[in-house]
Design a protein around this ligand. Structure first.
Ligand code: TYD
Length: 407
């Protein structure tokens, strides 16, 4: 029987999304035959409440020199990260002389550049070479590594201990959280803080946003599971702040045990999660049924449109859409292309389903009748940008929180 990655208890999948490719593994036709697949099956640990996928592909298959994801592609995300950095600077770093901030998975430097611009000592740790290089090119100090206790020790030897260790949409990617927690203990000063944000389990369950479950997201966190996972390594959850990013995220602040007083928000959120059953099997049985309903309804819409000969496209070749397309059985017969602004994805095909990814200009030049909003987490930005599409009679197909056609 599989074991929980956090506490070692026996765990069992509550559902399977079936065979899945690498979510960011956009590919060329000559690569179709050798595409890698694994079984995407999530489980909830009855002991420590951690939601995790049972099988995860080797990290080297997901994060490498051709990693397709650049954080800086959304304008609201740029604003969000600037606000995150400013909050850390104002509430934590400002009181120290010559503070030092480290970020895990700093991607193209979207957040650290704020510190770099203020001449604050900073260091990014980013395992994907292409994005790490993009960060260095814009003046953000970055090393190309996977974070571990060893790397933490090296950093301390070179730069001294850090006042803050940050991570955004990164922690939930790391299977060996114990190694990160130990590294964070070594890296941080006695009153240093570990602050990270990731998609929040409460939102995933509440909105049936099952597309947050994919290879890179080995965990989907709750306050309960974060407190347990880091509590085992001398950390205490001292604050929680909900975020609207990624369709509903949570920012967790942890401090070394006894160093800081936990806020009321922590106790309130833990009580709410316990009441909602974020640690109970029944909750995830209902979630599974909701996923199946969502899948069946989405396919009913797409099959109907295919029969009518409507032109349907997708918007945003997101990692999340890999789960949706492969779980639901969406093919290039349903969706002729996916529009995406990321140059490294354009001209390639979506993982598993092999739907062509085309530049945004093609969407503009030839509006489809219907568009599946795969990048639903950027809905506000996209609806603002695509007023002309809607005015021209274009219709959006949504699937979070419910499947509907937006007239
Ligand atoms: P993201 O929401 O970060 O999703 P995930 O974490 O699931 O990969 O990715 C958004 C994708 O959508 C990215 O490939 C860029 C694309 N995109 C557009 O094509 N147009 C837009 O207006 C926005 C906001 C995103």
């Amino acid at each position: 029987m599989p074991q929980c990655r956090i506490c070692g208890s026996a765990i069992e999948a509550f559902m399977s999304f079936g065979k899945m490719p690498i979510s960011n593994g956009f590919l060329r036709p000559d690569e179709f035959d050798n595409e890698y697949f694994f079984e995407l099956a999530p489980a909830i640990c009855g002991n420590c409440a951690m939601l995790q996928i049972i099988e995860q592909p080797d990290p080297a298959k997901m994060f490498h020199e051709n990693y397709a994801f650049f954080s800086g592609t959304s304008k609201y995300m740029k604003v969000h990260f600037a606000e995150f950095a400013t909050a850390i600077q104002k509430h934590h770093l400002a009181r120290y002389d010559d503070p030092f901030v480290v970020e895990l998975g700093s991607n193209d430097g979207i957040m650290l550049r704020v510190f770099a611009d203020e001449n604050i000592r900073h260091l990014g740790i980013e395992p994907s070479k292409n994005v790490a290089e993009a960060a260095c090119a814009r003046g953000v100090n970055t090393i190309c590594e996977f974070f571990s206790e060893d790397v933490a020790t090296q950093i301390v030897l070179q730069h001294g201990q850090a006042d803050a260790l940050l991570a955004a949409n990164v922690m939930c990617h790391i299977p060996d959280l114990a190694s990160v927690a130990k590294g964070a203990q070594a890296l941080l000063k006695p009153r240093g803080i570990l602050v990270f944000e990731d998609p929040y389990l409460g939102d995933v369950v509440g909105k049936t946003s099952y597309d947050q479950i994919y290879d890179e997201h080995v965990f989907v966190f709750s306050a309960l599971s974060v407190a347990n996972a880091f509590g085992r390594h001398g950390f205490e959850l001292v604050n929680v702040e909900p975020q609207i990013t990624h369709g509903g995220s949570m920012r967790y602040t942890l401090a070394k045990k006894g160093a800081k007083q936990p806020s009321n928000a922590v106790a309130l959120l833990i009580a709410k999660e316990t009441e909602l059953g974020m640690d109970r099997a029944e909750t995830f049985d209902t979630f599974r049924q909701n996923c199946e309903t969502s899948r069946d309804q989405l396919m009913a819409v797409l099959n109907d449109l295919r029969e009518k000969g409507a032109k349907v496209a997708g918007y945003g070749a997101t990692s999340k859409s890999t789960t949706v397309m492969n779980y639901c059985g969406i093919t290039a017969d349903h969706i002729t292309f996916i529009s995406d602004t990321t140059p490294t994805k354009q001209g390639k095909y979506s993982p598993g389903a092999h739907v062509p990814v085309r530049p945004y200009e093609e969407f503009i030049a030839n509006y489809p009748h219907y568009t599946v909003l795969f990048a639903w987490n950027h809905s506000r930005e996209i609806m603002e940008k695509e007023k002309d599409y809607t005015a021209a009679g274009g219709k959006w197909i949504n699937f979070v929180p419910k499947v509907n056609i937006q007239e």
